[in-house]
Design a protein around this ligand. Sequence first.
Ligand code: ADP
Length: 403
Amino acid sequence: MNILVINAGSSSLKFLMYNMVNEEVLASGRVERIGMDSAILSYEPAGRTEIREVAEILEHTTAIRKVLDILVHKEHGVLASSSDIDAVGHRVVHGGESFSSSVIVNEEVKREIKRLFDLAPLHNPAHMLGINAVELNMPDVPQVVVFDTAFHQTMPAKSYLYPIPLVLYRKHQVRRYGFHGTSHDYVSERAARFLGKPLVELKMVTCHIGNGASCAAILNGQSVDTSMGMTPLEGLMMGTRSGDIDPAIVPYVMGKEELTMNEVNSMLNKHSGLMAISGLSSDMREIQQSMAAGDGSAVLAFDMYEYRLRKYIGSYAAAMNGLDVLVFTAGVGENSSILRESVCRNLTFLGLELDEEANSQRAHGDRVISTVGSRVTVLVIPTNEELVIARDTYRLILARQKA
Ligand code: ADP
Protein backbone atom coordinates (compact mmCIF):
# COMPACT_ATOMS: atom_id res chain seq x y z
CA MET A 1 0.00 0.00 0.00
CA ASN A 2 1.34 3.45 -0.97
CA ILE A 3 0.47 6.28 1.38
CA LEU A 4 0.96 9.98 0.84
CA VAL A 5 1.47 11.90 4.10
CA ILE A 6 0.62 15.59 4.03
CA ASN A 7 1.21 18.38 6.52
CA ALA A 8 -0.61 21.39 5.08
CA GLY A 9 0.06 24.91 6.34
CA SER A 10 -1.56 28.11 5.13
CA SER A 11 1.15 28.90 2.60
CA SER A 12 3.18 25.71 2.56
CA LEU A 13 2.70 22.00 2.36
CA LYS A 14 5.08 19.18 3.26
CA PHE A 15 4.67 15.69 1.84
CA LEU A 16 6.16 12.21 2.09
CA MET A 17 5.36 9.22 -0.07
CA TYR A 18 5.56 5.87 1.75
CA ASN A 19 5.50 2.31 0.55
CA MET A 20 4.02 0.62 3.61
CA VAL A 21 5.15 -2.89 2.68
CA ASN A 22 8.50 -2.04 4.28
CA GLU A 23 7.73 1.46 5.54
CA GLU A 24 10.10 2.84 2.93
CA VAL A 25 10.09 6.56 2.08
CA LEU A 26 9.87 6.75 -1.72
CA ALA A 27 10.04 10.52 -1.96
CA SER A 28 9.60 13.67 0.10
CA GLY A 29 9.26 17.35 -0.51
CA ARG A 30 7.48 20.60 0.13
CA VAL A 31 5.63 23.36 -1.63
CA GLU A 32 6.38 26.82 -0.28
CA ARG A 33 4.90 30.25 -0.93
CA ILE A 34 1.49 28.90 -1.98
CA GLY A 35 -0.56 31.88 -3.15
CA MET A 36 2.29 33.43 -5.11
CA ASP A 37 3.26 33.33 -8.75
CA SER A 38 6.76 32.26 -7.71
CA ALA A 39 5.93 29.35 -5.43
CA ILE A 40 8.65 26.73 -4.94
CA LEU A 41 8.25 23.00 -5.20
CA SER A 42 11.16 21.03 -3.73
CA TYR A 43 11.12 17.31 -4.32
CA GLU A 44 13.54 14.56 -3.41
CA PRO A 45 13.07 11.02 -4.67
CA ALA A 46 14.83 8.66 -2.23
CA GLY A 47 18.53 8.30 -2.99
CA ARG A 48 18.46 10.88 -5.79
CA THR A 49 19.21 14.57 -5.85
CA GLU A 50 16.66 17.21 -4.91
CA ILE A 51 14.77 19.02 -7.64
CA ARG A 52 13.44 22.56 -7.28
CA GLU A 53 10.82 24.09 -9.48
CA VAL A 54 9.44 27.63 -9.39
CA ALA A 55 5.84 27.90 -10.55
CA GLU A 56 2.63 29.85 -10.13
CA ILE A 57 0.75 28.00 -7.38
CA LEU A 58 -2.12 30.15 -6.20
CA GLU A 59 -3.93 27.69 -3.98
CA HIS A 60 -3.67 24.26 -2.35
CA THR A 61 -5.52 22.37 -5.10
CA THR A 62 -2.82 23.37 -7.58
CA ALA A 63 -0.13 22.54 -5.01
CA ILE A 64 -1.48 18.99 -4.64
CA ARG A 65 -1.76 18.61 -8.40
CA LYS A 66 1.90 19.63 -8.75
CA VAL A 67 2.88 17.09 -6.09
CA LEU A 68 0.97 14.34 -7.93
CA ASP A 69 2.54 15.37 -11.25
CA ILE A 70 6.07 15.13 -9.90
CA LEU A 71 5.40 11.82 -8.11
CA VAL A 72 4.49 10.24 -11.47
CA HIS A 73 6.99 12.25 -13.58
CA LYS A 74 8.61 10.12 -16.31
CA GLU A 75 12.15 10.88 -15.22
CA HIS A 76 11.89 11.88 -11.53
CA GLY A 77 8.75 10.08 -10.44
CA VAL A 78 8.49 7.17 -8.00
CA LEU A 79 5.03 5.93 -9.05
CA ALA A 80 3.75 4.76 -12.42
CA SER A 81 0.44 6.56 -11.98
CA SER A 82 -1.33 8.63 -9.33
CA SER A 83 -3.81 5.75 -9.02
CA ASP A 84 -0.95 3.92 -7.24
CA ILE A 85 -1.65 6.12 -4.21
CA ASP A 86 -3.92 4.06 -1.98
CA ALA A 87 -4.59 6.59 0.76
CA VAL A 88 -3.60 10.00 2.09
CA GLY A 89 -2.83 10.77 5.76
CA HIS A 90 -2.98 14.33 7.06
CA ARG A 91 -1.54 15.91 10.16
CA VAL A 92 -4.22 17.96 11.92
CA VAL A 93 -3.13 20.06 14.88
CA HIS A 94 -6.37 20.31 16.83
CA GLY A 95 -8.87 17.53 17.40
CA GLY A 96 -10.44 19.16 20.48
CA GLU A 97 -12.39 16.73 22.64
CA SER A 98 -13.98 15.14 19.59
CA PHE A 99 -11.04 12.99 18.53
CA SER A 100 -9.04 10.71 20.79
CA SER A 101 -7.59 8.76 17.87
CA SER A 102 -7.05 9.01 14.12
CA VAL A 103 -10.09 8.65 11.85
CA ILE A 104 -11.02 8.21 8.19
CA VAL A 105 -12.27 11.49 6.73
CA ASN A 106 -15.98 11.79 5.96
CA GLU A 107 -18.38 14.73 5.88
CA GLU A 108 -18.99 14.56 9.63
CA VAL A 109 -15.24 14.55 10.40
CA LYS A 110 -14.77 17.56 8.12
CA ARG A 111 -17.60 19.41 9.88
CA GLU A 112 -16.00 18.69 13.24
CA ILE A 113 -12.55 19.89 12.13
CA LYS A 114 -14.22 23.08 10.89
CA ARG A 115 -16.01 23.50 14.20
CA LEU A 116 -12.58 23.47 15.84
CA PHE A 117 -11.24 26.33 13.69
CA ASP A 118 -11.65 28.73 16.64
CA LEU A 119 -9.33 26.63 18.80
CA ALA A 120 -6.55 26.48 16.19
CA PRO A 121 -7.16 29.41 13.83
CA LEU A 122 -3.68 29.26 12.31
CA HIS A 123 -3.62 25.52 11.72
CA ASN A 124 -6.96 23.75 11.26
CA PRO A 125 -8.20 25.94 8.37
CA ALA A 126 -4.96 25.20 6.51
CA HIS A 127 -5.30 21.46 7.12
CA MET A 128 -8.83 21.68 5.76
CA LEU A 129 -7.49 23.29 2.58
CA GLY A 130 -5.17 20.30 2.22
CA ILE A 131 -7.98 17.77 2.75
CA ASN A 132 -10.24 19.51 0.22
CA ALA A 133 -7.40 19.83 -2.29
CA VAL A 134 -6.75 16.08 -2.13
CA GLU A 135 -10.46 15.39 -2.51
CA LEU A 136 -10.63 17.56 -5.62
CA ASN A 137 -7.58 15.92 -7.21
CA MET A 138 -8.25 12.34 -6.09
CA PRO A 139 -11.95 12.02 -5.26
CA ASP A 140 -11.81 8.24 -4.81
CA VAL A 141 -8.78 8.05 -2.55
CA PRO A 142 -9.57 7.64 1.18
CA GLN A 143 -8.08 10.15 3.59
CA VAL A 144 -7.18 9.83 7.25
CA VAL A 145 -6.59 12.59 9.79
CA VAL A 146 -4.11 12.22 12.65
CA PHE A 147 -4.42 14.77 15.46
CA ASP A 148 -1.62 16.33 17.55
CA THR A 149 -4.00 16.49 20.50
CA ALA A 150 -5.45 12.95 20.37
CA PHE A 151 -2.82 11.19 22.49
CA HIS A 152 -3.43 13.59 25.39
CA GLN A 153 -7.16 12.97 25.54
CA THR A 154 -6.45 10.46 28.33
CA MET A 155 -5.50 13.31 30.70
CA PRO A 156 -7.73 13.39 33.78
CA ALA A 157 -9.85 16.46 34.52
CA LYS A 158 -7.44 17.56 37.27
CA SER A 159 -4.73 18.00 34.61
CA TYR A 160 -6.78 19.35 31.76
CA LEU A 161 -8.95 21.92 33.58
CA TYR A 162 -7.77 25.42 34.38
CA PRO A 163 -8.76 26.78 37.79
CA ILE A 164 -10.98 29.47 36.24
CA PRO A 165 -14.81 29.64 36.04
CA LEU A 166 -16.02 26.30 34.71
CA VAL A 167 -18.57 28.02 32.52
CA LEU A 168 -15.68 28.93 30.18
CA TYR A 169 -14.93 25.25 29.69
CA ARG A 170 -18.58 24.34 29.17
CA LYS A 171 -19.37 27.22 26.82
CA HIS A 172 -16.08 27.74 25.00
CA GLN A 173 -14.04 24.53 25.53
CA VAL A 174 -11.38 26.43 27.48
CA ARG A 175 -9.19 23.59 28.78
CA ARG A 176 -5.77 22.09 28.24
CA TYR A 177 -5.43 19.85 25.17
CA GLY A 178 -1.68 19.39 24.69
CA PHE A 179 0.14 18.99 21.38
CA HIS A 180 2.99 16.95 19.79
CA GLY A 181 0.83 13.92 20.70
CA THR A 182 1.97 11.81 17.75
CA SER A 183 5.57 12.34 18.81
CA HIS A 184 5.02 11.61 22.52
CA ASP A 185 3.04 8.50 21.55
CA TYR A 186 5.70 7.29 19.11
CA VAL A 187 8.75 7.80 21.34
CA SER A 188 7.08 6.34 24.44
CA GLU A 189 6.16 3.14 22.61
CA ARG A 190 9.56 2.93 21.04
CA ALA A 191 11.29 3.51 24.37
CA ALA A 192 9.38 0.65 25.99
CA ARG A 193 10.14 -1.66 23.09
CA PHE A 194 13.80 -0.64 23.13
CA LEU A 195 14.00 -1.47 26.84
CA GLY A 196 12.05 -4.69 26.37
CA LYS A 197 9.58 -3.60 29.09
CA PRO A 198 5.79 -3.31 28.91
CA LEU A 199 4.79 0.33 28.42
CA VAL A 200 1.88 -0.22 30.82
CA GLU A 201 4.32 -0.73 33.68
CA LEU A 202 6.41 2.39 33.18
CA LYS A 203 6.44 5.92 34.56
CA MET A 204 7.86 7.97 31.73
CA VAL A 205 8.54 11.61 30.88
CA THR A 206 8.99 12.36 27.20
CA CYS A 207 10.58 15.67 26.20
CA HIS A 208 9.87 16.77 22.62
CA ILE A 209 12.21 19.73 22.30
CA GLY A 210 12.37 21.32 18.87
CA ASN A 211 11.43 24.84 17.82
CA GLY A 212 8.23 24.17 19.71
CA ALA A 213 8.73 22.16 22.88
CA SER A 214 6.59 20.14 25.24
CA CYS A 215 6.99 17.35 27.73
CA ALA A 216 4.49 14.71 28.74
CA ALA A 217 3.94 12.57 31.82
CA ILE A 218 3.11 9.09 30.56
CA LEU A 219 1.84 6.74 33.24
CA ASN A 220 1.25 3.11 32.28
CA GLY A 221 1.22 4.08 28.61
CA GLN A 222 -1.26 6.94 28.92
CA SER A 223 -0.64 10.66 28.82
CA VAL A 224 -1.67 12.01 32.23
CA ASP A 225 -0.22 15.49 31.82
CA THR A 226 1.57 17.59 29.24
CA SER A 227 3.08 21.04 29.26
CA MET A 228 1.28 22.64 26.31
CA GLY A 229 -2.25 23.71 27.08
CA MET A 230 -5.23 25.11 25.24
CA THR A 231 -2.71 26.38 22.71
CA PRO A 232 0.96 25.50 22.10
CA LEU A 233 2.00 28.64 24.01
CA GLU A 234 1.80 27.17 27.51
CA GLY A 235 4.56 25.25 29.24
CA LEU A 236 8.25 25.18 28.41
CA MET A 237 10.30 28.10 27.19
CA MET A 238 10.74 27.58 23.43
CA GLY A 239 12.57 29.08 20.45
CA THR A 240 10.25 32.06 20.08
CA ARG A 241 7.42 31.23 22.52
CA SER A 242 7.46 32.32 26.15
CA GLY A 243 5.87 29.23 27.68
CA ASP A 244 4.41 29.81 31.18
CA ILE A 245 4.12 33.40 32.34
CA ASP A 246 1.89 35.21 34.80
CA PRO A 247 -1.30 35.89 32.76
CA ALA A 248 -1.64 39.28 34.45
CA ILE A 249 1.38 40.41 32.42
CA VAL A 250 -0.87 40.55 29.35
CA PRO A 251 -3.23 43.36 30.42
CA TYR A 252 -0.36 45.14 32.21
CA VAL A 253 1.87 45.23 29.12
CA MET A 254 -1.05 46.09 26.87
CA GLY A 255 -1.71 49.14 29.03
CA LYS A 256 1.89 50.27 29.44
CA GLU A 257 2.95 49.73 25.82
CA GLU A 258 -0.43 50.49 24.23
CA LEU A 259 -0.45 47.16 22.47
CA THR A 260 -3.42 45.41 20.90
CA MET A 261 -4.37 41.83 21.76
CA ASN A 262 -2.89 40.68 18.44
CA GLU A 263 0.37 42.43 19.15
CA VAL A 264 0.72 40.81 22.59
CA ASN A 265 -0.18 37.45 21.09
CA SER A 266 2.49 37.90 18.47
CA MET A 267 5.01 39.00 21.10
CA LEU A 268 4.43 35.88 23.21
CA ASN A 269 4.41 33.46 20.26
CA LYS A 270 6.97 34.92 17.88
CA HIS A 271 9.26 37.27 19.80
CA SER A 272 9.83 35.58 23.16
CA GLY A 273 11.67 32.48 24.37
CA LEU A 274 15.32 31.93 23.45
CA MET A 275 15.06 34.69 20.85
CA ALA A 276 13.98 37.34 23.34
CA ILE A 277 16.44 36.53 26.12
CA SER A 278 19.50 35.94 23.93
CA GLY A 279 18.67 38.80 21.57
CA LEU A 280 20.42 36.62 19.00
CA SER A 281 18.45 33.67 17.75
CA SER A 282 15.73 31.11 18.42
CA ASP A 283 18.02 28.40 17.09
CA MET A 284 19.69 26.31 19.80
CA ARG A 285 22.77 25.73 17.65
CA GLU A 286 23.42 29.47 17.45
CA ILE A 287 22.76 29.87 21.18
CA GLN A 288 25.34 27.18 21.93
CA GLN A 289 27.89 28.74 19.58
CA SER A 290 27.45 32.12 21.25
CA MET A 291 27.71 30.53 24.69
CA ALA A 292 31.00 28.96 23.68
CA ALA A 293 32.18 32.41 22.58
CA GLY A 294 31.33 33.77 26.04
CA ASP A 295 28.10 35.64 25.26
CA GLY A 296 26.34 36.27 28.60
CA SER A 297 22.85 36.69 27.09
CA ALA A 298 23.14 33.34 25.33
CA VAL A 299 24.21 31.72 28.62
CA LEU A 300 21.19 33.23 30.40
CA ALA A 301 18.80 32.12 27.63
CA PHE A 302 20.17 28.58 27.79
CA ASP A 303 20.04 28.49 31.59
CA MET A 304 16.42 29.63 31.67
CA TYR A 305 15.48 27.13 28.97
CA GLU A 306 17.14 24.25 30.79
CA TYR A 307 15.87 25.30 34.25
CA ARG A 308 12.26 25.50 33.11
CA LEU A 309 12.48 22.11 31.38
CA ARG A 310 14.05 20.49 34.45
CA LYS A 311 11.34 21.88 36.72
CA TYR A 312 8.70 20.30 34.50
CA ILE A 313 10.45 16.93 34.57
CA GLY A 314 10.64 17.14 38.37
CA SER A 315 6.97 18.08 38.67
CA TYR A 316 5.95 15.17 36.44
CA ALA A 317 7.99 12.77 38.58
CA ALA A 318 5.95 14.12 41.51
CA ALA A 319 2.71 13.81 39.50
CA MET A 320 3.42 10.11 38.88
CA ASN A 321 5.13 9.47 42.24
CA GLY A 322 8.29 8.30 40.48
CA LEU A 323 10.13 8.13 37.21
CA ASP A 324 11.48 5.08 35.36
CA VAL A 325 12.31 6.49 31.95
CA LEU A 326 13.22 9.94 30.64
CA VAL A 327 13.18 10.38 26.85
CA PHE A 328 14.68 13.22 24.81
CA THR A 329 13.51 13.77 21.25
CA ALA A 330 13.16 16.35 18.38
CA GLY A 331 15.83 18.77 17.09
CA VAL A 332 17.24 19.95 20.43
CA GLY A 333 16.47 16.78 22.39
CA GLU A 334 18.14 14.52 19.85
CA ASN A 335 21.16 16.69 19.14
CA SER A 336 22.05 18.89 22.08
CA SER A 337 24.19 16.81 24.42
CA ILE A 338 24.91 19.99 26.45
CA LEU A 339 21.23 20.57 27.13
CA ARG A 340 20.68 16.93 28.10
CA GLU A 341 23.70 17.02 30.36
CA SER A 342 22.63 20.24 32.09
CA VAL A 343 19.14 18.85 32.71
CA CYS A 344 20.34 15.48 34.01
CA ARG A 345 23.14 16.90 36.17
CA ASN A 346 20.54 18.28 38.55
CA LEU A 347 18.15 15.36 38.58
CA THR A 348 20.41 13.11 40.63
CA PHE A 349 17.91 13.34 43.53
CA LEU A 350 15.75 10.98 41.45
CA GLY A 351 18.56 8.44 41.34
CA LEU A 352 19.30 9.47 37.77
CA GLU A 353 22.90 9.06 36.67
CA LEU A 354 23.97 10.23 33.23
CA ASP A 355 26.62 8.29 31.29
CA GLU A 356 28.53 11.36 30.14
CA GLU A 357 30.44 9.54 27.46
CA ALA A 358 27.35 7.93 25.94
CA ASN A 359 25.61 11.31 26.08
CA SER A 360 28.38 13.19 24.30
CA GLN A 361 28.79 10.68 21.48
CA ARG A 362 27.47 11.87 18.14
CA ALA A 363 25.27 8.90 17.41
CA HIS A 364 22.07 8.25 15.50
CA GLY A 365 19.13 6.08 16.36
CA ASP A 366 17.66 5.00 19.69
CA ARG A 367 20.19 4.96 22.51
CA VAL A 368 20.63 4.85 26.28
CA ILE A 369 22.59 7.72 27.83
CA SER A 370 22.28 6.80 31.52
CA THR A 371 24.60 4.50 33.45
CA VAL A 372 23.76 0.84 34.05
CA GLY A 373 23.14 1.61 37.74
CA SER A 374 20.91 4.66 37.14
CA ARG A 375 17.45 4.34 38.70
CA VAL A 376 16.01 6.37 35.81
CA THR A 377 16.85 5.15 32.30
CA VAL A 378 17.55 8.11 30.05
CA LEU A 379 17.04 7.60 26.33
CA VAL A 380 17.45 9.55 23.12
CA ILE A 381 14.78 8.42 20.65
CA PRO A 382 14.56 10.20 17.28
CA THR A 383 10.94 11.07 16.61
CA ASN A 384 9.10 10.30 13.39
CA GLU A 385 5.68 11.92 13.30
CA GLU A 386 5.22 11.28 9.57
CA LEU A 387 5.68 7.55 10.09
CA VAL A 388 2.97 7.57 12.78
CA ILE A 389 0.62 9.28 10.31
CA ALA A 390 1.46 6.73 7.61
CA ARG A 391 0.99 3.81 10.02
CA ASP A 392 -2.34 5.07 11.36
CA THR A 393 -3.57 5.64 7.80
CA TYR A 394 -2.43 2.18 6.77
CA ARG A 395 -4.08 0.54 9.80
CA LEU A 396 -7.41 2.32 9.35
CA ILE A 397 -7.63 1.73 5.60
CA LEU A 398 -6.67 -1.93 5.99
CA ALA A 399 -9.31 -2.39 8.71
CA ARG A 400 -11.93 -0.78 6.48
CA GLN A 401 -10.98 -3.02 3.56
CA LYS A 402 -11.33 -6.09 5.78
CA ALA A 403 -14.66 -4.97 7.26
P1 ADP B 1 10.42 21.75 14.59
O1 ADP B 1 9.75 22.02 15.90
O2 ADP B 1 10.38 22.91 13.65
O3 ADP B 1 10.07 20.41 13.97
P2 ADP B 1 13.01 20.54 15.12
O4 ADP B 1 12.51 19.37 15.89
O5 ADP B 1 13.62 20.29 13.79
O6 ADP B 1 11.94 21.68 15.01
O7 ADP B 1 14.07 21.28 16.05
C1 ADP B 1 14.68 22.48 15.67
C2 ADP B 1 15.62 22.90 16.76
O8 ADP B 1 16.62 21.89 16.93
C3 ADP B 1 16.36 24.20 16.49
O9 ADP B 1 16.36 25.03 17.64
C4 ADP B 1 17.78 23.73 16.22
O10 ADP B 1 18.71 24.66 16.63
C5 ADP B 1 17.86 22.52 17.11
N1 ADP B 1 18.99 21.68 16.69
C6 ADP B 1 19.14 20.97 15.56
N2 ADP B 1 20.38 20.38 15.50
C7 ADP B 1 21.00 20.74 16.67
C8 ADP B 1 22.28 20.47 17.23
N3 ADP B 1 23.18 19.73 16.59
N4 ADP B 1 22.56 20.99 18.44
C9 ADP B 1 21.68 21.75 19.10
N5 ADP B 1 20.46 22.05 18.62
C10 ADP B 1 20.12 21.56 17.43
